[in-house]
Design a protein around this ligand. Structure first.
Ligand code: FES
Length: 365
């Protein structure tokens, strides 16, 4: 651990991945291929300490995520603690285990916002993508409970070639369910998404049509529901500022307490990620080699180093550079200025068929 450098701004958000356990098996899950077991999860006191340290560090928001964070029996206690230390709390959930009683406890504990995920608008397709029978009816019931409890709701759809034709219906469903915001996010290809890329990546025509539909609908919802639309990196010519830049805005904590600059960081085997059991969040944020390695612009190779956009995209995504180039320090090949941009072009599909069978996310043992 290096000396603390206070010139670095504190993180804005903490992603608390409370568990990798989940009743769904989504084929694009952002969890790592190797899950952390329930027995290895941080205990209640460990998470409370992380929340306190996050607030002291300057974090404003905590996102309780997973896996399915509702699988933790102490979720209400952690929400209450977040409120006590003045963190805005967001629950990212599949909703399939929500009950009125549990929601009432979460609201009473001070939960500020819920982000509810859907896999599609039709039950059959949604349940095939998420790998859980009966999930859609439970999600719809959860959305209605949230509406009745008057908790701020964002509905999230992850889209890909097997549901991209439904984006208009997704927006309509989110509005009908009382969402203040809907997020239509094309799959990003790391982890399970990368494993299923040939079954998920849409064609250029499918992407363009989904973009056209979203943009045509957007004005009609102005002032009633915000629409966030996130396109897949593979069709971009500029890389995205992944996580707002490495070690700039977010800190992720894995179920076992490892601190990560992004959810896929553990794919970078050349870095070692410190545990909150051994170091404070401040020591990790300012001093850990894993957080400093790709922070700022000094680490950048050409053409990033001389690029006018380097403080806008912060070099794109390190995990994508690793996945496509085998080198986390390479220019993100999504960038049209990368000498290896053809790696991305080669991966683009030619047809629009359903592709190979899904490989479903597995639960930790
Ligand atoms: Fe790790 Fe983009 S997912 S830097």
């Amino acid at each position: 651990m290096n000396a603390v450098t206070q010139a670095i701004a504190p993180p804005m958000g903490l992603l608390a991945e409370l568990t990798h356990r989940c009743p769904l098996s989504c084929v694009y899950c952002s969890n790592p291929l190797e899950m952390e077991r329930a027995a290895a999860e941080l205990d209640t006191e460990g998470w409370k300490r992380v929340l306190t340290e996050a607030a002291d560090l300057g974090v404003l928001q905590v996102h309780f995520s997973g896996g399915e964070p509702m699988a933790r029996r102490d979720l209400e206690e952690l929400v209450r603690h977040a409120r006590e230390v003045d963190l805005y709390s967001n629950l990212i959930t599949s909703g399939v285990t929500m009950t009125e009683a549990r929601l009432a406890k979460l609201v009473e504990a001070g939960l500020d916002h819920i982000q509810l995920s859907f896999q599609d608008v039709e039950a059959e397709s949604a349940e095939r993508i998420g790998g859980m029978k009966g999930a859609q009816a439970r999600k719809l019931a959860c959305a209605r409970m949230i509406r009745e409890a008057d908790v701020a709701l964002t509905i999230n759809f992850v889209v890909h070639r097997q549901n991209v034709q439904h984006v208009g219906a997704m927006i309509a469903l989110a509005h009908e369910l009382g969402a203040r915001r809907v997020e239509i996010a094309h799959t990003q290809y790391y982890g399970w998404g990368l494993l299923n890329r040939d079954a998920l990546l849409p064609s250029r025509a499918q992407l363009d049509e989904s973009t056209r539909v979203v943009e045509a609908l957007r004005p009609g919802y102005e002032g009633r529901m915000a629409i966030d639309y996130i396109t897949p990196d593979y069709y971009a010519s500029e890389p995205k500022p992944c996580m707002g830049g490495w070690g700039r805005r977010f800190i992720n904590i894995s179920p076992a307490g490892r601190a990560l600059p992004c959810h896929a960081a553990e794919t970078i085997k050349t870095l070692s990620f410190p545990s909150v059991k051994d170091f404070s969040l401040a020591e990790i944020w300012y001093g850990a080699e894993a957080f400093n390695r790709f922070r700022g612009t000094d680490w950048m190779p050409e053409p990033c180093r001389g690029c006018a956009f380097k403080e806008q995209d912060w070099g794109g995504c390190r995990c994508q550079a690793l996945a496509l180039m085998g080198d986390a320090a390479a220019t993100d090949p999504v960038c049209s200025r990368s000498p290896f941009h053809d790696k991305v072009l080669e991966a683009l599909p030619v047809g629009e068929g359903v592709g190979p069978e899904f490989v479903y996310r597995k639960n930790p043992r």
